[in-house]
Design a protein around this ligand. Structure first.
Ligand code: SF4
Ligand code: SF4
Length: 471
């Protein structure tokens, strides 16, 4: 077994980042914790990537968990998931059996059981304090994909692919390992193409996902899902409202009923965030930085408030994101984490069942048509390599963009580093998923694959453009 420094160096070298928010894993591994949780609680409807990964790669995930425990000094490991009595459960248990310090935990079936503060409480009984992270109470939460990548990093394999669910209006919903820098359209083609003419794409799940500008947007290390929905779908309509309209709604139609707070995931888990008070506060001014306003930075972006709760079409989630960006632009500094508090009295009853969420999101038909058993048991490694150029973003993580170390006309090998962490900054390395020739280098590094690396391509999708990055 490698030692702490070797594990951290391998994670850094391979460009491993958190599969959800993109926090560089080598930074997270430097924190000392007592417990590491492998987060396989994929509770958002229509997401299957973590379930597929646990079914087929339980060994790497448990190995990655053990490596994370060694690096952080944790004495206990937990693999948390939702799928009791499943092949996934059997696979994970079989691997964990050889490690007496690792337990398997069945998380409750509400959304979002996967949320890090909630999962910390569910698995350990600890409460993350205001402004803190699970590490503030001695817990490290890592997505199963991150641990899978960490395990491979120790073998010298860099992160070049992402496990992506493709669902909704596609011919064959499923899971595919997409090369970083392929387009959303590549993933849709890989799933048999769209089944409706006028569609829009959510990147992520139906509750928390963001609307893509177009399908040329690249797949990154944090792209969990490509969800194709009819252009008129309610989840698309909600996301096409401008910020000005969102603010206007918050200021005019919110009647401060406090239901969003009663169901807010972070509020239930013990944070002081109260979305209805944030809606009240912004009626006056964003410049008045009272505690209600600044608590918006603790929003986890789960989408329960707008996808499930608010009947007035207000989106506390979007407003919280707007306030967080505003505070960052102002140079506002988050105060140090407070003392751990308590979960609210409504913790046991305030969460949203996945069944209710599916119905409220309007995605029942896609849940019914997605054949979970077929998707999870697809046993071939579903890696896809487009024939046309990839466009690999240099910023796929929290921190500074990677600095390109290749130029136009260079030949690169699959797995070669094409972006390095800038000196003295937080960031992550970026690697080429395929061998080929480098084209334009800007915010993206374009790579035209050599013919042999594109042999398994079965579509002819549009390439990603330099201007196709989301802001
Ligand atoms: S945002 Fe919606 S749920 Fe929240 S207080 Fe306003 S009206 Fe009620
Ligand atoms: S998205 Fe809404 S429910 Fe979720 S943490 Fe943020 S404010 Fe709370």
């Amino acid at each position: 077994m490698a030692d702490r420094d070797e594990i951290i160096a391998a994670a850094r070298s391979a460009g491993v980042v958190g599969a959800r928010y993109g926090i560089p894993t080598h930074i997270k591994l430097e924190e000392s914790v007592e417990v590491v949780v492998a987060n396989g609680c994929e509770s958002e409807p229509l997401l299957f990537g973590a379930k597929w990964l646990m079914t087929h790669h339980a060994r790497e995930i448990v190995n990655g968990l053990e490596l994370a425990m060694t690096a952080t000094g944790a004495r206990r490991g937990i693999v948390a998931h939702l799928n009791v009595d499943s092949d996934l459960d059997a696979a994970v248990r079989a691997e964990a059996a050889a490690h007496p310090q690792i337990d398997v935990f069945h998380a409750p079936g509400f959304y979002p059981a996967c949320e890090a503060h909630t999962l910390t409480h569910e698995t350990t009984g600890r409460v993350v304090p205001d402004g803190g992270t699970p590490a503030s109470v001695g817990v490290g939460v890592f997505d199963v994909e991150t641990l899978f990548n960490l395990s491979r990093a120790l073998d010298g394999t860099p992160v070049t692919h992402r496990t992506v669910t493709v669902a909704g209006e596609v011919a064959h919903p499923g899971v595919v390992r997409m090369p970083l820098g392929a387009s959303l359209q590549d993933a849709i083609d890989r799933a048999g193409g769209p089944t409706t003419e006028k569609f829009r794409v959510l990147v992520g799940g139906p509750a928390s996902g963001a609307l893509a500008d177009d399908t040329s947007q690249p797949i990154t290390k944090t792209t969990a899902a490509v969800l194709v929905l009819p252009a008129h779908h309610i989840q698309v309509q909600k996301r096409t409202r401008s910020i000005a309209v969102m603010l206007l709604r918050a200021r005019s139609t919110c009647f401060h009923c406090s239901e969003c707070t009663e169901h807010c995931t972070r509020h239930l888990a013990g944070c002081m965030i109260e979305p209805h008070k944030i809606m009240q506060a912004i009626c006056f001014s964003l410049e008045n930085l009272n505690a209600s306003i600044t608590s918006a930075v603790d929003c986890g972006g789960c989408g329960v408030c707008d996808s499930f709760v608010c009947k007035m079409g207000v989106s506390p989630r979007v407003i919280c994101r707007l306030i967080s960006a505003h505070l960052e632009a102002m140079g506002w500094e988050k105060p140090p984490a407070g003392e751990p508090g308590r979960v609210t009295a409504e913790y046991a009853t305030g969460h949203v069942s996945v069944e209710e969420l599916i119905s409220r999101l309007g995605v029942e038909e896609y849940v019914e048509t997605a054949d979970l058993r077929r998707i999870i048991h697809a046993d071939a490694e579903p890696e896809a390599t487009p024939a046309h150029s990839l466009a690999v973003p240099l910023l796929q993580h929290v921190g500074a963009p990677a600095v390109p170390v290749v130029g136009a006309g260079d030949n690169v090998d699959a797995g070669q580093a094409i972006g390095e962490i800038p000196q003295g900054r937080r960031g992550a390395r970026v690697h080429a998923a395929v061998g080929g020739t480098v084209g334009d280098v800007g915010r993206l590094v374009e790579i035209s694959p050599t013919p042999e690396t594109s042999a398994n391509h079965d579509g002819d999708a549009a390439a990603v453009r330099q201007d196709a990055l989301p802001d």
